[in-house]
Design a protein around this ligand. Structure first.
Ligand code: ZN
Length: 241
């Protein structure tokens, strides 16, 4: 009897010292509350990061990538522990920095070309994508994206669409041409764009814009798409640009 009681002491001490607090992210256990409260781990930081808009976009792209590959879109918690977590966070950063047009389409192309997410942020991948947009996007799609761009700018400045070129600088237009948010398919029919080009640009800007638009290349292109050209001209007239 006595022997058993004396044996209980260490058992009871073990109970007191046994961990009472457990990190729900990494599973680490703590005896003292202040140690537990001070605890930070990679998993916890990721969880906080995932709740931000940046993190939610990364999760969306990750799921879209999996769906495009015909796999089940993983849950948020699967993303947290995925080896692609940082890759997709970086991809969101990249897409903001270069103002990537239609990121969903970009992901589709990367899957199609069998390029892994780890190289999506390289210049080669980006250039391949812009060339793809030029070749594969129909004139009407390019014109539509340009119209969406101009509507968004007019809305932001709370001005009629017909005045949209009054708030755009040559630099803005160059940036939007580079990121394919504006297309020659629309600009070359816009009187107000031509006016801006002739009056509000310096020689360097005119050279860059000409280089991006390549009017001589478009001449032939437009002959091939006479019907689209007619529609786009009509849209430009309706927009009053
Ligand atoms: Zn932890």
């Amino acid at each position: 009897m006595l022997g058993i009681q004396s044996n209980m002491t260490p058992v009871r001490r073990a109970t007191v010292d046994s961990p009472h607090f457990k990190c729900r992210y990494c599973g680490k256990q703590f005896v003292r509350e202040h140690h537990y409260l001070a605890h930070k781990c990679k998993e916890m930081q990721r969880d906080e990061e995932l709740r931000t808009p940046h993190g939610q976009t990364a999760l969306h792209y990750y799921q879209l990538w999996m769906r495009t590959m015909k796999r089940n879109p993983p849950s948020a918690s699967a993303f947290l522990t995925s080896r692609y977590y940082r890759t997709f966070m970086n991809f969101v950063e990249f897409s903001k920095n270069v103002d990537l047009p239609k990121p969903e389409k970009f992901i589709w192309l990367m899957v199609h070309k069998d390029l892994p997410p780890t190289i999506w942020t390289t210049d080669d991948a980006y250039t391949a994508y812009l060339e793809f947009l030029d070749r594969k996007t129909s004139p009407m799609d390019q014109a539509s994206l340009s119209i969406e761009t101009l509507i968004a700018i007019a809305d932001k400045h709370e001005i009629p669409l017909s005045e949209v070129f009054t708030v755009l600088t040559a630099q803005d237009i160059i940036h939007m041409l580079r990121t394919r948010r504006l297309s020659a398919w629309l600009l070359l029919f816009s009187k107000k764009f031509k006016h801006l080009f002739a009056n509000d640009t310096n020689i360097d800007q005119r050279l860059i814009i000409e280089n991006l638009i390549r009017p001589e290349y478009w001449g032939d292109k437009m002959d091939e798409h006479a019907e689209d050209v007619k529609t786009i001209k009509m849209l430009v007239a309706e927009m009053g640009i």
